[in-house]
Design a protein around this ligand. Structure first.
Ligand SMILES: [Fe+2]
Ligand SMILES: [Fe+2]
Length: 476
């Protein structure tokens, strides 16, 4: 299904066949553009950026690259191809034909899932809006903007579902997406992690590595949905998400590489003095972003999550590849808990702890990139190993929240400690004010093609086979 770019709203869903929906979305479009101008990237709206745009939704060659001004980016509605005779593949409705319309009894639950996912998309654009002012290169500036326009498109994806399938309350929810803002005291974004600023580029790379990866796991679970339009929407969003995680993994990798080069040239203690970010600081940022991203998976035990599964609305990661009955009525799943000061593994009903399973899969995936980062360090002959912190470290949501542990805390190594030990040591584990001030102090814009800030190595290769000194953003 080709994408129709003649239309005011590019789409591959035959939007012109549904006048009511088309009119509703065309009425939302100017509000979206106004939001983009006010809450999207500061400055650079008038500059040409080397962006990719979807041209078709099949796996090869969906992208077209060219210089575009961001407000002219062709945001639209792209769904993956329908699967013939697709079924509901899990839960109580397993085996029934997949739903092409919202099942009436699940309307409220489904809307809530879509709104929660949709809200994170514009939130991240808002969180990152100042970063363009301090980009370490034109290459990185372009990558930031690519991520931003695609998060904007992800909002379009969810708004299409709200407008197309939920009538009046869907339209109201779509409007509210543009009224809540990240960090707004009166109307904040729905999830806590999306109300924090992304204050510097190390945080941006960590965010795209860890938090966009949460997005990947949420989208992959929604791609299993028995509600077919949601499934198809999420399947195409996942192809865009891969690039965001690439930006994160290579960004952190390049920071590490520069730290290693400076260590070998000037000694371990000179990295900061020479304008680099030392590996212990990288570890602290990693600890922070991994732990807050773990929280995004919700409580270990969740009736809502169990219901979403049983109703056939949100599956497990790669549901159809799992070898079981896909109903989980009698299945068990192990979860880690604190029993006093000791960790114990308990078995619980697999449905009740379905969040925990997704969190486990996410954590394994996170570990893969950390191993590749450690290879960079090894290649430089440096004796330092980055580690994911223990899953109970610095958690705010679920059973490891201090309110639920009787005041106990957990160190990155998984040692259960009292509050006093936490107070004494947390500055070694999480970025301190001084660490953050140091990193922010390094953030100076580099705007000459082919030049890179001193704290980050150039990328191994450019975007779309362009050289690394290509003019990814035309500033004049
Ligand atoms: Fe997204
Ligand atoms: Fe993303």
């Amino acid at each position: 299904m080709a994408i129709d770019y003649q239309e005011r709203i590019p789409n591959n869903v035959d939007l012109s066949e549904d006048r009511r929906l088309q009119r509703a979305l065309e009425a939302w479009q100017p509000n979206y553009l106004q939001w983009w101008q006010e809450m999207g990237p500061t400055e650079f709206q008038a500059h040409n950026v080397y962006l990719r745009t979807a041209v078709s939704v099949d796996s090869k060659g969906w992208a077209n690259f060219g210089h575009v001004k961001m407000p002219d980016y062709r945001w639209g509605i792209f769904l993956a191809e329908p699967e013939q005779d697709r079924k509901v593949n899990f839960g109580e409705h397993k085996g029934e034909a997949a739903w092409q319309d919202v099942p009436g009894e699940y309307r409220g639950m489904l809307r809530r899932l879509i709104v929660t996912q949709g809200d994170t998309e514009p939130a991240s654009v808002e969180q990152q809006r100042q970063l363009g002012l301090t980009a370490p290169s034109l290459y990185d500036l372009r990558n930031l903007f690519q991520v931003n326009v695609e998060e904007g498109r992800h909002l379009w994806a969810m708004v299409y579902l709200l407008h197309g399938y939920f009538g009046r309350d869907g339209r109201e929810e779509a409007d509210a997406m543009l009224q809540r803002h990240s960090g707004d005291v009166d109307k904040p974004r729905i999830l806590g992690a999306f109300n924090e600023k992304t204050p510097d580029w190390l945080s941006f790379y960590m965010f795209t590595y860890f938090t966009d990866r949460d997005g990947k796991y949420q989208l992959a679970s929604l791609a299993e949905s028995g509600f077919d339009p949601l499934s198809r929407t999420c399947r195409f969003m996942l192809t865009e998400e891969a690039h965001h995680m690439f930006v994160g993994e290579t960004g952190v990798g390049r920071v590490i590489q520069r730290a290693c080069e400076l260590t070998n040239e000037h000694g371990e203690d000179a990295v900061r003095k020479m304008g680099g970010i030392d590996l212990p600081t990288v570890q602290k940022y990693l600890n922070f972003h991994f732990s807050v991203s773990l929280d995004l998976f919700g409580s270990e035990r969740s009736t809502n999550a169990a219901n979403f599964f049983s109703m056939g609305l949100k599956g497990r990661f790669e549901e159809t590849k799992i070898d079981d009955d896909h109903k989980l009525g009698n299945d068990i799943y192990p979860i880690l808990e604190l029993d006093g000061e000791k960790f114990v593994t308990r078995e619980d009903n697999a449905l009740t702890v379905i969040n925990e399973r997704l969190r486990d899969e996410y954590a394994i995936d996170c570990g893969r990139g950390v191993r590749r980062w450690n290879q960079i360090i090894k290649r430089h002959g440096i004796n330092f190993e980055l580690k994911l912190p223990h899953r109970a470290f610095n958690r705010q949501i679920g059973s490891f929240n201090q309110a639920n542990t009787g005041g106990l805390q957990v160190s990155p190594d998984g040692e259960v400690i009292a509050e006093a030990a936490w107070t004494e040591n947390h500055g070694n584990w999480l970025p301190t004010e001084a660490d953050r001030a140091f990193v922010i102090g390094l953030m100076q814009p580099i705007t000459e093609p082919g030049k890179y800030a001193a704290w980050i190595a150039p990328p191994a290769r450019g975007i779309n086979n362009q050289p690394i000194d290509f003019e990814y953003v035309r500033l004049n």
